[in-house]
Design a protein around this ligand. Structure first.
Ligand code: PLP
Length: 410
């Protein structure tokens, strides 16, 4: 029999959303007529922008002609899309990212899970706590951790607590680590890093020769002036950071799949002898070997999201979800709950009432209001005592959810 990767067994039993699904299913069976509102998993609900759809239709028609047919896309993405992203997402903010430093992919989930492959199995990893689970699980699968304890913390990983005292974002660790996952605007806490916070991180990484793996999948939700949309807005970041971005939550591409990794040419790691090695070259090699490009119609649709019309449509989508988040913040506040996030992110992070654990709160919301959210403890031990509600829903469902929450007494 083939020997398996034993590290996968450390993951057994631990994934958050199946447990949420199990409890929701049990509730549905017991209450078949309940009108469930699901504000748990963060998936978009609004239709694709018109400009994206039109561009995709045109691209498909083009591929039905002799002259317009295209086979494999370039591994790193079509230059027209790399250029549009470099211009709109970086150049317009005064950020220097060249089109060929952008690696187009089919999702930030895979990118943020795959990046660890180009680093040593001995690399010391730091993750925010609570966190987007992919950063942890991908490193556990790769063997960079010991087993999990009763709280779900894996031995060998460095957890950076995101508490009220730290503004629900991590602070640089006191101990040496090689790679740090950062996520801003943050999933699950909904907080966004200030320029000063990111400057601290970049200075720390430069001092410690660490690399920041910066996931900005929710950058388009930043509304407060002065907050950086990219880590590369920070002086010195090109020597220490890789950035992950996605069209999933901005242009509604969760079902189409398009994201990118920005890897600056200056970024270096070192080999076993201590010699400097280009991270850009390693990622390029990995990408070319393991990825065969995103479909042309999808890349054409993505480029359309960067036209002036596309940008206006994307803004409308994002504003819709942000208005939902505001309504949730108001409703939860009037129900007597303390809330965080929700201003620069589509997630509201709420403190569960005193003495109520996050899974207990999950059960109460489900039983008393037929509402589904996500228990903070599922995102990491420091998430205990908190709960995430997602703003990705239709407005009438959000209003209905707010009405139900306001009837609860905490
Ligand atoms: C922090 C974070 N990064 C990445 C992703 C995944 O993005 P994609 O749809 O591009 O794979 C998500 C999705 O929920 C996320 O919350």
């Amino acid at each position: 029999m083939a020997r398996i990767n034993d590290h996968y067994l450390k993951l057994a039993g631990g994934y958050l959303f199946p447990e949420v699904g199990r409890r929701v299913e049990a509730f549905r069976v017991a209450h078949p007529d309940a009108d469930l509102i699901r504000l748990g998993i963060g998936d978009v609900v609004l239709p694709l922008p018109r400009s994206v759809r039109d561009a995709m239709h045109r691209a498909i028609d083009e591929m039905g002609t002799e002259e317009g047919f295209r086979g494999y896309a370039p591994d790193q993405g079509y230059p027209f899309l790399q250029q549009a992203i470099a211009r709109v997402e970086y150049g317009s903010r005064g950020v220097e990212i060249a089109p060929d430093e952008i690696f187009i992919s089919d999702g930030s989930k895979c990118d943020s899970a795959n990046i660890q492959e180009i680093f040593s199995p001995e690399a010391r990893i730091a993750v925010p706590d609570p966190t987007y689970p992919v950063y942890v699980d991908s490193n556990v699968m790769a063997g960079r951790s010991g087993p999990a304890d009763a709280n779900g913390s894996y031995a060998g990983l460095v957890y950076l607590p995101c508490t009220e005292a730290t503004g629900f974002l991590p602070e640089p660790p006191d101990e040496p680590v090689d790679l740090v996952y950062l996520c801003s605007p943050n999933n699950p806490t909904g907080s966004a890093a200030s320029r000063e916070q990111l400057e601290r991180w970049v200075a720390w990484a430069n001092r410690n020769q660490a690399i920041l793996l910066y996931d900005a999948a929710y950058a388009s939700y930043i509304t407060q002036a002065g907050l950086p949309h990219s880590i590369f807005e920070i002086e010195g970041a090109r020597r220490v950071a890789i950035e992950f971005r996605s069209l999933s939550k901005s242009a509604g591409f969760t079902g189409l799949r398009l994201a990118w990794v920005a890897v600056p040419r200056e970024l270096e790691g070192r080999d076993a002898s201590g010699a400097a090695v280009s991270i850009f070259d390693l990622w390029k090699r990995r990408h070319a070997t393991k990825f065969n490009g995103v479909a042309y119609p999808v890349q054409a649709g993505a480029a359309a999201a960067y036209t002036p019309e596309g940008q206006a449509e994307v803004r409308e989508l994002v504003d819709y979800y942000l208005a939902n988040a505001r309504a949730l913040l108001e409703g939860l506040g009037s129900a007597g709950l303390r809330t965080f996030g929700g201003i620069n992110a589509p997630y509201v992070w709420l403190e569960t009432p005193a003495g109520t654990g996050s899974w207990e709160f999950f059960d109460r919301l489900l039983e008393e209001s037929s509402l589904v959210g996500t228990p903070g403890a599922g995102f990491g031990p420091a998430g205990e005592g908190y709960f995430r509600l997602s703003a990705f829903s239709k407005r009438d469902r959000i209003d209905e959810a707010v009405g139900r929450i306001e009837k609860l007494r905490f």
